[in-house]
Each structure stands twice: as structure tokens, then as C-alpha cells.
Design a protein around this ligand. Structure first.
Ligand code: ADP
Ligand code: MG
Length: 336
């Protein structure tokens, strides 16, 4: 409705993406899906255990949506703002297997055709196109970190496994000691990104972890001095591939599994609360300090910034309860 649109004055875009059914899902439930499409912004969600619910978002990407569709809608404005000194965040949320990493990295960050290229590489490509076509000087730096059990690990240097978050007048919020690599072009970026992704896998094997239980952050810091304006503009773009939002069985989970679940749950609710506070105008009570994730995102979400949340869902009726919980998270971030 128009009144609801009117309330959406914030700079947070909330979108949903239903990936295609997997072979396994198709085998179990044929072509059945848990939603009925209404239009490009809304659908009826069907779960046999609950009443049908209509959901509306800024945009809904159905199974046939291309990576470029997602990129064009939610990332293009963020890139063009970053070179003008406005911070931006793109976050993928959803249960494990819902398509978060596919949306960010494509099927593989190094080996994928142009059509399947994910958000991270598209952001990088566009960033360099924008910077090269602008008069003036620029630098782009890349950091990559992982947050696991509230510890921040440097994915560009695995020896740094407990980085601290600090704040300064000149830099704003920053991760002290995190490796920052100057990148000059797309292939340079890609090489370092894939190194970070490979390091993440190495760390996981060493510690016997699953990547679905940690948050992965790709951080691009852009400095841009235009000729028409004396001031050097600093903008950050942070892409966040969140830990899986699925609930663990309350009974049975113990030890590390339970710790992981509690920590993930805490940081995801902190994220939801922060976005909600920002979008509903409760700007003086934003609980950034409730988790490492929200603390790192503080100046990329608050203040002069733009953010996009992509809620990733399986289309399968078998995953309906988790999809419903993801959709509710997306809705909660926007409304009181
Ligand atoms: P998550 O990161 O949320 O755990 P993934 O991105 O790894 O989930 O996706 C799970 C599986 O589904 C992967 O095999 C991935 O290639 C596939 N997949 C996800 N989204 C899409 C999509 N839009 N199109 C085709 N395959 C997809
Ligand atoms: Mg993943």
C-alpha cells in the first residue's frame, strides 16, 4: 500500500531471492514450491503448517532471476555512492544452502562464466570502471575477515586470528591490524579474493569448522580525490555472507555446536535490531555494540550510508519453516 511505501524512507533495501529447486528437492516434492508469485515485489507464502501469508519487499527475485538482475537492483547504487564517499553494505541472509554464497561469489569466484558471476566480482568490476572514468586520483584497498564465535580472523593472513575493532576520528570504525591490500584492477582483486576464500577453507579444515557457521566479510575501502572538489572522499563497501540462520535442534545440540548456534543467533538478532532501529528512526538507540558484526558494520550501516539485505530462500516446501523465518527476519528489519 502507499502508506506502507511512505514509511520506507530509509536507505535500506530489503530483497528476497528464491533459488531454483535443487535435484534433491525436486526428487522429494516434484515441482512444488512454497510460494505463489504475485508480482516482482510480493508473493503468497504457503506452508501447510500455517495460514498463507502475503509478503512484500523492495524486490523479489524468483528462480529465473539472473545474477545481473540482483546486482543491478541492489548493488549499482551502492557502488556509485562509494566513490562519492558514501559507505555501503550488501548482506546475504538465510539458512545454509539457500544461495547466499552463490549470490556473492557465483558458483566459484575464479571459474565461472560471465552470466554466473556473483555480486563481489561485479562490484569490483563496476568500481574500477567508475574510478577510471572519473578524473582524479584513487586507491582501493581490500580486507577480508571472518567472524567465528565472536572472534575476528584475518582471511588474508591466517596468523592474525583475534583482531580487535577500534574507532578513530579520521578512520571511523576499523579492524585494527587487518591486512589491507591495495588493488589496482579487477584481476588483481580477484586474485586476492580467491586467496582469502582459499585461506578460509584452510582454516576450516585445520579447526574442523563449517563455513556456514561463520560470517565472511569482503571489505573494500575506496579513497577518491576528484579534481572538482579538494576533499578526498573515503567510502567503504562491505559485502557480508552471513552464517546460516537455521535453528539447531534444542535437544541434542551441545558443546561447540550449541555455542555456535547461540553466538550466530545473537549476532543475527543484533543485526536485525540495528537495521530496524535505523529504518524506524530510533537513531539514538542503535545497538551496534551488541555483536562484532554490527560493530564492524556501524559506519557502513549508520550515518551517511546505503545498505541492501538479500534474504535467500530455498523454494522447496521441505524448507518452508526456515524460509518463513528468513522472510520474517527481512520483514522485521523494515517494520516496527
Ligand atoms: P549458502 O551459501 O546459503 O549456504 P549456496 O550459495 O552454497 O548456499 O547454495 C547452495 C547450492 O545451491 C549450491 O550448490 C549453489 O550452487 C546452488 N545455488 C544457489 N543459488 C543458486 C542460483 N540462483 N542458481 C543456481 N544454483 C544456485
Ligand atoms: Mg555459503
Amino acid at each position: 500500500s502507499s502508506s506502507r511505501r511512505g514509511a520506507r524512507m530509509s536507505n535500506v533495501t530489503v530483497c528476497v531471492r528464491f533459488r531454483p529447486l535443487s535435484h534433491k528437492e525436486r526428487k522429494a516434492n516434484a515441482d512444488n514450491v512454497c510460494f505463489r508469485k504475485l508480482d516482482s515485489e510480493s508473493f503468497v507464502f504457503k506452508d501447510e503448517r500455517e495460514d498463507d501469508v502475503v509478503f512484500s519487499f523492495d524486490k523479489v527475485f524468483y528462480e529465473d532471476a539472473q545474477q545481473s538482475d540482483v546486482y543491478n537492483f541492489l548493488a549499482v547504487p551502492i557502488v556509485s555512492d562509494a566513490i562519492n564517499g558514501i559507505n555501503g553494505t550488501i548482506i546475504t541472509y538465510g539458512q545454509t544452502g539457500a544461495g547466499k554464497t552463490y549470490s556473492m561469489e557465483g558458483p566459484s569466484i575464479l571459474h565461472c562464466n560471465e552470466q554466473k558471476t556473483g555480486l563481489v566480482q561485479r562490484v569490483v568490476d563496476e568500481l574500477f570502471i567508475c574510478l577510471r572514468s572519473s578524473a582524479g586520483t584513487w586507491t582501493v584497498k581490500l580486507s577480508m575477515v571472518e567472524i567465528y564465535l565472536e572472534k575476528v580472523r584475518d582471511l588474508l593472513d591466517l596468523s592474525k586470528d583475534n583482531l580487535q575493532i577500534k574507532e578513530s576520528k579520521t578512520q571511523g570504525i576499523y579492524i585494527a591490524g587487518a591486512t589491507e591490500i591495495s588493488i589496482l584492477n579487477s584481476s588483481d582483486a580477484l586474485e586476492n579474493l580467491s586467496q582469502g576464500i582459499a585461506n578460509r577453507a584452510v582454516g576450516e579444515t585445520q579447526m574442523n569448522l563449517a563455513s556456514s557457521r561463520s560470517h565472511c566479510l569482503y571489505i573494500f575501502s575506496v579513497q577518491h580525490g576528484s579534481t572538482s572538489d579538494e576533499r578526498v572522499k573515503m567510502g567503504k563497501i562491505i559485502l557480508v555472507d552471513l552464517a546460516g540462520s537455521e535453528k539447531v535442534e534444542k535437544t541434542g545440540a551441545e558443546g561447540r555446536v550449541l555455542d555456535e548456534a547461540k553466538t550466530i543467533n545473537k549476532s543475527l538478532s543484533a543485526l536485525g535490531n540495528v537495521i530496524n532501529a535505523l529504518t524506524t528512526g530510533k537513531q539514538n538507540h542503535v545497538p551496534f555494540r551488541d555483536s562484532k558484526l554490527t560493530r564492524i558494520l556501524q559506519d557502513a550501516l549508520g550515518g551517511n550510508s546505503r545498505a541492501a539485505l538479500l534474504c535467500c530462500c530455498s523454494p522447496s516446501p521441505s524448507n518452508a519453516p526456515e524460509s518463513l523465518s528468513t522472510l520474517r527476519f527481512g520483514t522485521r528489519t523494515k517494520l516496527i
